[in-house]
Ligand binder design. Structure first.
Ligand SMILES: [Fe+2]
Length: 184
């Protein structure tokens, strides 16, 4: 499937994002590229990290009908949660076979205890990218620590995101609880 280059990133034809969202995608991808280079990842792994950033939110602004058609039965998922499973399914249909990449994208909003390094890196980059305005200093510091203390920062990010969800009175998904318990 042919796509187009948006702001220096090669996006698939099914991409459905606002301009503002595209700048978020760029920042997440840039952060993943930076960590991959500082960690001296093998080229193939670095490419998967880049693709995770590039594609994780590619359907973020797609209509609900598109998201539901692709995401299938994602029980209890509100509309904002569907873009991960939907993008993963669209990638699979396009022939994507890198399971770790598909799982990173599929679970990027709720987390997964089964993730290896790739899912964890995306989850951190999505939260730590510098465009988000809250806790800018703390998050900037954490982002700089990822190459030195990957597991420690990951645990901290899971904790921050969980605490925020509890404070907001949001539903806590079983995947998120399982992830947190696996880190304690
Ligand atoms: Fe994102």
């Amino acid at each position: 499937m042919s796509g187009s280059t948006v702001s220096g990133l090669e996006m698939p034809s099914w991409t459905c994002v606002s301009e503002k969202r595209m700048t978020h995608i760029q920042r997440v991808t840039a952060l993943l590229d930076e960590w991959a280079s500082k960690l001296a990842l093998p080229a193939e792994e670095a490419r998967a990290w880049h693709d995770a950033g590039r594609l994780h939110d590619a359907l973020r602004d797609a209509p609900e009908s598109t998201l539901r058609a692709l995401a299938g039965d994602s029980p209890g998922y509100a509309i904002e949660m569907l873009h991960g499973p939907a993008a993963a399914e669209q990638m699979r249909r396009d022939g994507e076979r890198r399971t770790e990449l598909l799982d990173a994208v599929r679970y990027h909003t709720v987390g997964s205890a089964q993730w290896g390094r790739l899912g964890r890196a995306l989850y951190m980059a999505d939260y730590l990218e510098p465009g988000r305005k809250f806790l800018a200093e703390d998050r900037g510091f954490l982002a700089s620590q990822v190459p030195h203390n990957f597991d420690g920062v990951f645990r901290q990010v899971v904790r921050f995101r969980l605490e925020w969800s509890v404070r907001e009175g949001n539903h806590i998904f079983p995947e998120t609880v399982e992830l947190w318990n696996s880190l304690r």
